[in-house]
Design a protein around this ligand. Structure first.
Ligand SMILES: Cc1cc2nc3c(=O)[nH]c(=O)nc-3n(C[C@H](O)[C@H](O)[C@H](O)COP(=O)(O)OP(=O)(O)OC[C@H]3O[C@@H](n4cnc5c(N)ncnc54)[C@H](O)[C@@H]3O)c2cc1C
Length: 411
């Protein structure tokens, strides 16, 4: 006789593995179908907010690579300044390790994961969902789309409804390949944000234990310009930063850099073609939902990127992935208990607790990118403003708080 799982989840990224863990600890029979073999690479800067850490049901300390307190800000690698906060702003992880760790946590709680099994199609047959992979057919009472921005579940059910997308590019530079020995040390507890090079977006350096994740992101319509700027940035960021007095062990003048060039270090500077050949630059989309984007239906529910829960200002998605899986876990337990599979409660909660904030992230994005230079100078000159931004980065404050305050002062 065919086995009917309570829940089948498509995708073992953070949202899928967390949900698998939460359901299995409640003795709900759960299978995750994952198209890749783990461990696998995922394009992501791997920044995790403080508030996200508080939501994990288990400790993830062993996969945290860096605690970040400070930020180097620049405008097209000029006018560089540094600001530091008293608490960690974010933590960084390597997504290969985080995702593998979370999948193992799900397995250890009793959740089955079939790797190398891509969900190809599905249909609802009365009281069960029939799920097809290349070689197998599976059955469950509920199907979850946790399969990221290209989710098969989302594509089939969203039809013509709209979803906004941000494009992100990224590459990883091993510490050993940086031009100056001390360069990497300056990123021990610091990251970098560069503005002005990408329209309505930004460029970042996020440090990990042994490498720097360098990337940029912005509107999909600017794809070519965004990649071009990242190549320019990669070619120039080391010399630009090394000229700064804010760097602990940095070279302090052009003369020093010239000396190093003479001694042959310049040969190590990245030239675009050589760089692209050595370090692969990968692209991935970040989805941002709109009012009608698909979320759930009879026996079907989406979480994380598959639900379009990317942040419209920063492009972060891990917080909403983890939050949506926590909400989905409770909703699924109730659905199975009361045999009601409409998920109205999930719809309500995601709209109130996540989507409102996403809408406000788009308002903040609009305000900020209408005059990025003005806000850049404001952050540079005001510790109070930087501290407020730090609270948003950490997740102590939300976009909802900021927009409500702006409404009060009628901006
Ligand atoms: C360049 C870039 C930088 C980013 N940086 C950050 C950051 O610093 N901080 C942050 O919070 N967010 C960041 N994000 C966003 C973040 O990566 C995502 O929001 C997050 O990965 C969403 O998790 P998820 O589990 O919903 O989906 P994913 O992590 O995309 O996982 C989906 C899983 O489903 C699998 N899958 C896909 N299709 C199928 C199928 N048909 N059948 C079976 N399995 C399938 C995939 O192989 C994958 O393992 C970044 C994104 C980009 C593009």
């Amino acid at each position: 006789m065919e086995k009917i799982y309570d829940v089948i989840i498509s995708g073992a990224g953070p949202s899928g593995s967390l949900l698998g863990y939460l359901l299995s600890t409640k003795n709900i029979s759960t299978l995750i179908l994952e198209k890749e073999q783990f461990p696998r690479y995922k394009v992501c800067a791997g920044g995790i907010q403080w508030k996200t850490l508080q939501m994990f049901p288990y400790d993830i300390k062993e996969v945290i690579e860096k605690e970040i307190y400070g930020i180097y800000f620049s405008r097209k690698l000029k006018d560089i300044f540094y600001k530091k906060y008293s608490e960690p702003l974010i933590y960084t992880v390597n997504r290969i390790e985080l995702d593998d760790f979370m999948a193992k946590k799900a397995i250890s709680s009793g959740c089955a994961i079939n790797f190398n099994e891509e969900v190809k199609n599905f249909e609802i047959n009365g009281s069960k969902v029939k799920i097809y992979t290349k070689d197998n057919t599976y059955f469950s009472k509920i199907l979850i789309g946790a399969d990221g921005v290209s989710s098969i579940i989302f594509r089939k059910l969203n039809k013509s409804k709209k979803m906004q997308k941000i494009i992100g590019y990224e590459t990883e530079i091993p510490a050993a390949d940086l031009n100056f020995n001390s360069f990497f040390d300056n990123f021990d507890k610091n990251l970098m944000i560069d503005l002005g090079g990408v329209r309505k977006g930004y460029t970042w350096i996020f440090p990990k234990k042994n490498y720097l994740s360098v990337g940029d992101g912005g509107p999909v319509s600017d794809t070519l310009e965004i990649k071009k700027y990242l190549l320019w940035f990669l070619k120039n960021y080391q010399s630009a930063l090394n000229k700064q007095n804010i760097f602990k062990n940095g070279l302090t003048s052009d003369k020093n850099i010239d000396n190093d060039n003479q001694s042959g270090i310049s040969k190590k500077l990245y030239f675009m073609q050589g760089f692209e050949a050595k370090y692969e630059i990968k692209a991935h989309l970040i989805p941002v939902r709109t009012d009608n984007t698909f979320l759930c239906d009879n026996r079907i529910l989406t979480v994380g990127d598959a639900a379009g829960l990317g942040d419209g200002f920063t492009g972060e998605g891990l917080y909403n992935a983890i939050l949506s899986s926590n909400i989905a876990g409770e909703s699924i337990i109730d659905a199975l208990r009361y045999s009601n599979f409409e998920f109205h409660d999930y719809f309500e909660k995601v709209n109130n607790e996540i989507y409102k904030n996403i809408r406000n992230s788009l308002i903040i994005s609009k305000i900020f990118f209408s005059s990025p230079l003005f806000y850049y100078k404001l952050i540079k000159n005001s510790d109070n403003l930087f501290n407020s931004c730090a609270k948003i980065l950490r997740g102590e404050k939300t976009y909802n708080d900021v927009v409500n305050k702006l409404k009060l002062i009628k901006i």
